[in-house]
Design a protein around this ligand. Structure first.
Ligand code: C5P
Length: 301
């Protein structure tokens, strides 16, 4: 009987997402600081069947090339010269089109699981190259800690959070609808100052993590895509006001939305915020509570 390997596929939030202009290739030049969060999908993989067989707990998601998991497995097999069949199952828990990097994380996790299944067939550099071809955020998810990403997001450097994120709780709010990433970036033409941000915000955030503490981190949270998305969906503004009113360390939309994250002094405080939020807005909203940074991996929740 073949072994079945499983691995969590974590989400992320962007503490800083600064856009530095539009590039000739149609993408946007970025400096962003991403941090893993312990709200995660689960992927499992085993040898068997013919070709790549993908199943998914959410029926609205494609299980063919339209799914980044399938494409990641395909490019891996192609590059490693493999013809064996693999069965992959994706247990989806993160919301879709949420700005949490779910699809990108799933793709990176697939590459890592495939490499484990096939005894380290590909080296780190090749995995990174394959990840880059799959999407701007995919290389970040090959790592396990906070990272600064530049270029279109594919040039990643791990950063130390200097223990600053330890014990911090995050409560993520998802409004029940998604936001298209290409749409959000396109809106920036109407916001020239956000489209051409001043560089250096990421360095300031890293410095705050090193010596300023979480209150300072909260003050420096920044996302250039937030204003265009909040303009279209004022409900998100209402959610944010509620969270700010409860003495959160910081509140910001993640990535291109629609998720807003809020930071709290402890996981218990994050849970209290979740309970208060659900009492106010109903059970239908919310994407859960988790830990931030490297602690997200342990998934103590
Ligand atoms: O690279 P990925 O496929 O994840 O990007 C999805 C979309 O997000 C792109 O097609 C583009 O519209 C937008 N994007 C961008 N600039 C970036 C990253 C993404 O405009 N740096």
């Amino acid at each position: 009987m073949s072994v079945k390997l499983s691995r969590k596929s974590l989400g992320k939030v962007n503490l800083v997402l600064n856009v530095l202009g539009r590039r000739e290739d149609g993408f946007h030049e970025l400096e962003t600081l991403m941090v893993p969060v312990g709200v995660a999908d689960e992927l499992s993989i085993e040898l068997g069947g013919a070709g790549i067989e993908l199943s998914c707990s959410r029926s609205e998601l494609p299980t063919d090339r339209g799914n980044l998991v399938y494409r990641a497995a395909e490019v891996f097999c192609h590059r490693a010269g493999l013809t064996e069949g693999v069965r992959i199952h994706l247990e989806k828990r993160m919301p879709l089109e949420a700005g949490m990097g779910g699809g990108s994380s799933n793709a990176a996790t697939t590459l890592l699981l495939m490499n484990q299944l096939f005894g380290g067939a590909l080296g780190t550099e090749v995995l990174r190259e394959l990840a880059e071809g799959l999407g701007s955020d995919v290389p970040f998810f090959l790592g396990s800690g906070p990272g600064v990403a530049r270029g279109r997001g594919e040039r990643v450097e791990e950063v130390d959070s200097f223990g600053c994120l330890e014990g911090v709780g995050v409560f993520l709010v998802h409004p029940g609808f998604g936001v298209s990433t290409p749409w959000a970036y396109k809106q920036l033409v109407h916001f020239p100052q956000l489209l051409n941000g001043r560089s250096g915000r990421v360095d300031e955030m890293v410095e705050a993590m090193r010596s300023g503490g979480m209150r300072r981190v909260g003050e420096l949270l920044y996302n250039a895509l937030e204003e265009p998305v909040l303009n279209k969906y004022p409900l998100l503004m209402l959610f944010q006001e509620f969270l700010r009113g409860r003495d959160s360390l910081g509140v910001l939309m993640s990535g291109s939305g629609s998720t807003t994250f809020s930071l709290w002094g402890s996981i218990d405080e994050a849970r209290e915020a979740e309970a208060a939020f659900r009492a106010e807005f109903g059970e239908g909203n919310g994407a859960g509570v988790g830990e931030l940074g490297r602690e997200a991996q342990s998934g103590k929740r």
